[in-house]
Design a protein around this ligand. Structure first.
Ligand SMILES: Nc1ncnc2c1ncn2[C@@H]1O[C@H](COP(=O)(O)OP(=O)(O)OP(=O)(O)O)[C@@H](O)[C@H]1O
Ligand SMILES: [Mg+2]
Length: 335
């Protein structure tokens, strides 16, 4: 890809990739982060302590912010590869084969002989579509820098990171910046080294929970501005049904969420990231990327699951055509 990404032309901060500098770059996007197996139960209402209830539906899928984002981007048409770790167990086989079926290259995934593939127990409240997650992960299971390897991480034009193991993410982001890759990160909650990590990130697309913890504010427009001041050239804060706020070029833009009947909100943020990566690599204008990502995220909310329910390019396109240009159109934020 030898063209400018959105905002480069106006900001001149140079986040474009330089394929020539590091040899061939086979992927649009490389992702590094945690991968788990999700056990999802849909319940009529959350049980109280000591209460028993029956699931209305049960689903097993691969889950985790980065792999799900890559799967969403691949489903839309991007060439993606995942650099991560799962155990050499049945669950690991299952999640890797699901990712591969969705079109993500898994040849750089490390199989650990010890421990088990991280697993997430998820309850979805049928009335609201909201979910509660319990993650069970072996201690010290994360990918080491040697396992991640600089050569692997530079095989994409874009590097997408989660904020779980910020020690590894920090070095990975630095390598990527040195090689003039574009760095995108998804921060869901505050962990050590976040501040330093943000200095190496071009596009920070973070959750409302993260900015509440990090900046202590519930004002999303202000949070997006402060996030921008932390280093990235573009800062996006997603806030569920309230939509997202994006700060760039000294302006703040609000993209409302699309109104849909949510079956569950699992992976809304991850699919938002995947669609964002897709639009970024396409070189689209930022307001359209936000609208596109919001549409993809809304669509995944209408079905149970995330990797099991990813929208295609045609579905997102049709959805945007159906809602037209009037509804949920982003507006510049003056306050
Ligand atoms: N109920 C919903 N209806 C429509 N769109 C939604 C809904 N929930 C989320 N979205 C869309 O998805 C985007 C990301 O959602 P959210 O802010 O909840 O992500 P998150 O906090 O990272 O959560 P997670 O990663 O666990 O999905 C929102 O900005 C919005 O565009
Ligand atoms: Mg998220």
């Amino acid at each position: 890809m030898n063209r400018l990404l959105p905002f480069e032309a106006t900001r001149g901060k140079g986040s474009g990739s330089a394929p020539g500098a590091e040899g061939a770059v086979p992927f649009d996007c490389i992702g590094i982060g945690v991968y788990a197996i999700d056990h999802i139960s849909l319940v009529a209402r959350y049980p109280r302590a000591n209460e028993k209830t029956e699931a209305l539906a049960y689903l097993v899928q691969g889950g985790g912010p980065v792999p799900t984002a890559l799967a969403a981007a691949a489903r839309l048409g991007s060439r993606c590869a995942f650099v991560g770790k799962v155990a050499a167990d049945q669950e690991g086989d299952f999640v890797l084969s699901q990712l591969a079926r969705l079109g993500v290259d898994t040849s750089m995934v490390v199989r650990a002989r010890r421990g088990f593939t991280p697993r997430a127990m998820i309850w979805v409240d049928q009335r609201s579509g909201r979910r509660t997650v319990v993650l069970n992960k072996p201690d010290g299971f994360g990918l080491t820098l040697q396992e991640a390897s600089r050569a692997r991480l530079l095989q994409g034009h874009i590097l997408h990171l989660d904020g779980r193991d910020t020690q590894v993410a920090l070095v990975a982001a630095r390598w990527a910046k040195e090689a003039e890759r574009t760095v995108v990160c998804d921060l869901g909650s505050v962990r050590p080294n976040c501040q330093q990590l943000l200095r190496y990130v071009d596009y920070a697309v973070v959750s409302a929970t993260f900015v509440r913890q990090f900046f202590g504010t519930r004002n999303m427009a202000a949070a997006a501005r402060r996030l921008l001041d932390s280093g990235p050239q573009v800062a996006v804060v997603t806030a569920g049904k309230r939509g997202c706020w994006c700060a760039a070029d000294g302006r703040v833009f609000h993209q409302p969420a699309f109104r849909v009947r949510a079956a569950d909100t699992i992976g809304a943020g991850d699919v938002f990231h995947g669609a964002f990566l897709f639009g970024l690599h396409k070189g689209w204008e930022l307001p359209y990327i936000l609208r596109w990502a919001s549409a993809a995220a809304a669509l995944v909310c209408t079905r149970i699951g995330a990797q099991a329910a990813l929208p295609s390019f045609t579905e997102v396109k049709r959805f945007l055509t159906a809602v037209g240009t009037g509804q949920e159109r982003g507006v510049e934020h003056s306050g």
